[in-house]
Write a protein that binds this ligand. Structure first.
Ligand SMILES: Nc1nc2c([nH]c(=O)n2[C@@H]2O[C@H](COP(=O)(O)OP(=O)(O)OP(=O)(O)O)[C@@H](O)[C@H]2O)c(=O)[nH]1
Length: 324
């Protein structure tokens, strides 16, 4: 892409992911003669004038696939310049609609499971959409076991695993790699038994050794090591504090980021809070899902969603109250 093209403002595109009762997704093949011909995509198209994006989505889905009264929610907004010109995708998940989808513009449509989707060649940046679709709205981070009474920590951890959380980062900065590996080997099988995925924040080798579901790294570590060769379904998360951190995380292939702090926190007393406006400005339209972190909990999920967050990440906000 030359500099004249990249300087152009992105074109706003509404994208709708129809999800049926069998959890299958509707994809469409781009027609010959259009940019990206032959690739598969989620239905959608360009905004006309200054129409609200919700109207754009409704119009595009009616024109392209003949469905009406779509009910759903926006899951992510992000920009990319991987095609012929920069675009900003406003992606919604649609769980209910009227009418039977059909390819009204001659495009082929098909319903696919998440597994079958791997057999299709999708437009660039679809991985960002799928991460946003798959990731939960809460990402729990454990307080350090080494700084707690171990039995109390364990009891609280067990409650956390049963609380509906499905993804967590095992964090304990107070112990060396050997002790961390022992801790991870203990807690990961228990988490998996409850359907909870665990990211570890040490080396790729340790991640493999303990059977973790991926890594949570600093931006500095990602820049130093590059994206490790994780297995299918494994995740690479990155801690970000600035707009620039997010740009680097997206560029180096992080699956998601955590941007902090929104508000003041006990664990990072020196950090200057961004506030929601500052958070949203830094989050911008970077091409990856981003959790908001810092003094937040489940009560903040709505405000987070309004600021283009994947959801909320928290230590204290999700950690069950001690019973001892
Ligand atoms: N619909 C859709 N477009 C996407 C996705 N990902 C992505 O990069 N895009 C880009 O967004 C743009 C959509 O433009 P489009 O040509 O389909 O829009 P449209 O239906 O209004 O087309 P028209 O100009 O023929 O009326 C394309 O540049 C396409 O490459 C996706 O998942 N779905």
């Amino acid at each position: 892409m030359d500099s004249a093209q990249s300087a152009k403002p992105p074109i706003d595109i509404a994208v709708g992911i129809l999800v049926d009762a069998r959890h299958r997704l509707l994809i469409a093949q781009r027609r010959p003669g259009t940019p990206g011909a032959g690739f598969w995509e989620f239905p959608g198209g360009k905004r006309e004038g200054d129409e609200p994006m919700a109207d754009c989505l409704a119009r595009e889905l009616a024109e392209e696939i003949g469905v009406r009264d779509c009910q759903g929610e926006t899951i992510i907004r992000f920009a990319h310049a991987k095609g012929e010109r920069p675009v900003r995708l406003h992606v919604s998940r649609i769980d209910a609609w009227q009418g039977e989808p059909e390819g009204l513009e001659g495009q082929e449509l098909t319903w696919v499971s998440r597994e079958e989707l791997r057999d299709y060649t999708l437009l660039p940046a679809t991985d960002v959409i799928l991460n946003a679709l798959d990731l939960p709205d809460r990402y729990a981070i454990t307080p350090a076991r080494s700084a707690a009474e171990p039995d109390a920590w364990q009891a609280q951890f067990d409650v956390l695993l049963g609380s509906g959380i499905t993804l967590l980062r095992l964090r304990d900065q107070g112990i060396d790699d050997a002790a961390y590996q022992a801790l991870a080997s203990e807690v990961i099988p228990a988490a998996h038994a409850q359907g909870v995925r665990v990211l570890v924040d040490r080396s790729f080798e340790l991640c493999r050794a303990v059977g973790a579901d991926g890594l949570h790294w600093s931006v500095a570590r990602l820049l130093q090591k590059g994206r490790p060769n994780l297995g299918p379904g494994q995740l690479l998360a990155v801690s970000a504090h600035t707009d620039r951190d997010l740009a680097m995380a997206a560029d180096r292939g992080a699956d998601f980021a955590v941007l902090s702090p929104v508000a003041a926190t006990a664990t990072h007393p020196g950090a200057v809070p961004l506030g929601w406006d500052g958070w949203a400005a830094a989050r911008g339209d970077h091409a990856l899902p981003v959790y908001a972190l810092g003094g937040l909990g489940s009560d903040d999920l709505d405000v987070a969603a309004r600021h283009n967050a994947q959801g909320v990440a928290a230590i204290r906000g999700f950690w069950p109250a001690s019973r001892v």
